[in-house]
Each structure stands twice: as structure tokens, then as C-alpha cells.
Design a protein. Structure first.
Length: 222
């Protein structure tokens, strides 16, 4: 874990101690000595550092390239971010993300919704996390965050007058995949991911996906 991340993380936790309230539940669910894909709902700009702090592994995540402007780019790089071009299929960003999962101490953070929710409700997920999980045979760790939607600017990192709860669910791994890895397969895995995030959320944030057709199997990771 980088020293820069440790410094930023200690600073964030200290400001929450002084001005806000941060609760983290389910820390024992985090796999040890394994790289993981952390999947979470997305409410505000403070979600990446908070999720990284909760999971405790060396954080890595993709962020839209438009955010990499001074001074935000400094903070993003401290937290292990890599720029993503959302206007096209960014092969270099995807390959970078996959490479991060070669280190057992890393957590690749993905927000399957692709952007922040405008109404705080969990939105439909995209298939990026499912594809990377299958391609790298990685463990998926569902996480929920609530209360962070009150953060609307970077100044609030210093004065986080908000109450945030992060819940860490049970990790799982996709197994017994069919030979035909079509869009339907990725859609069903994504629905499973979103369902696992949803059940961790308070009712006013949740949005349980229906009609999950499981043409795959999964195993819980201890």
C-alpha cells in the first residue's frame, strides 16, 4: 500500500472524526491475500476514497478522463486512479485495470452504474465489472454506501458534515461458465452483482433487479 494513500486515508478518516460520522460494517468479509474487484453503488465524488478506506487494500480504479484536471488529478493519482475515455471502448484502460488484479494486495474499485446516481437510487449496471471478473477469474466483493450524496464538492473532503454508512457484503466468484459467453451471460452476472449491492442498501437507496436468469454458477469465497 502506497504511503501517499495511507496519508490521504488517515486525513480523510480524521476529518470524519472531527466533523462527520463514518460507519463501516462487514470488514471481516474482505478476502485476505487475494486481489479483489470491489463493486459499489455511486452517489458522490467522495465515494472512491471512502470505499478504498473501508476495504483497506491498495485501491485502484478508473475515473473519467475529464476529472484529471488540476488540482483534482493529484488527489485521484494518490488514490490509484487511471483515466478512462468514456466516449469509446478504452482498451488501454481496460488492460490497465486487468493488470492491477495480478497483485494480491490490490482492490480494483468499479462502480457498475458508470456514473453517480441522480436520485440516490441504485441504477442499472453496465457489464464492465462482469467482463473483467470473468477474464481475470477474480473475486467480486459487493459494497454499499449511503449518506455520501450530501458531498457535492471537494472542499467537503476537509469538512465532511455528513453521516455515511458503508456495508461490505460476502465475496463471491463466478464459476462453471458456459462455453457461449454471450451478452445474455454478462447481463445475468451484472444483475447478480447489482442485486448483491442492493440488498446491502437501506430501502430508500435500493432497487432490486428482477428476472435474474442464472446461466452461470458462483461460489462464496471465505
Amino acid at each position: 500500500m502506497s504511503k501517499l494513500f495511507k496519508i490521504c486515508d488517515l486525513g480523510l478518516r480524521f476529518t470524519f472524526f472531527l466533523f462527520g460520522d463514518l460507519k463501516i460494517e462487514g470488514f471481516n468479509n474482505i478476502p485476505k491475500n487475494k486481489p479483489i474487484i470491489t463493486v459499489s453503488n455511486h452517489l458522490s465524488i467522495i465515494d472512491p476514497p471512502l470505499c478504498a478506506s473501508a476495504v483497506g487494500k491498495d485501491p485502484k480504479f478508473l475515473a473519467k478522463k475529464e476529472l484529471f484536471k488540476f488540482p483534482a488529478n493529484i488527489l485521484l493519482k494518490f488514490y490509484g486512479a487511471f483515466p478512462l475515455n468514456r466516449s469509446q471502448i478504452d482498451i488501454s484502460a481496460i488492460n490497465w485495470a486487468k493488470n492491477q488484479l495480478k497483485d494480491k494486495n490490490n482492490s480494483l474499485l468499479i462502480f457498475p452504474e458508470g456514473t453517480r446516481s441522480k436520485n440516490s437510487k441504485l441504477q442499472k449496471g453496465f457489464n464492465g465489472a462482469a467482463r473483467i471478473a470473468i477474464d481475470t477469474n477474480s473475486v467480486i466483493l459487493p459494497v454499499s454506501i449511503s449518506g455520501s450524496e450530501k458531498c457535492t464538492n471537494y472542499l467537503q473532503f476537509l469538512f465532511p458534515k455528513m453521516s455515511v454508512t458503508i456495508k461490505i457484503g460476502k465475496p463471491f466468484k463466478i464459476t462453471s461458465l458456459p462455453n457461449n459467453r454471450d451478452k445474455e451471460l454478462y447481463n445475468s452476472i451484472t444483475k447478480e452483482i447489482m442485486h448483491r449491492i442492493s440488498v446491502l442498501l437501506p430501502e430508500q437507496y435500493a432497487n432490486n433487479p428482477s428476472d435474474i436468469i442464472k446461466n452461470f454458477k458462483y461460489t462464496e469465497v471465505l
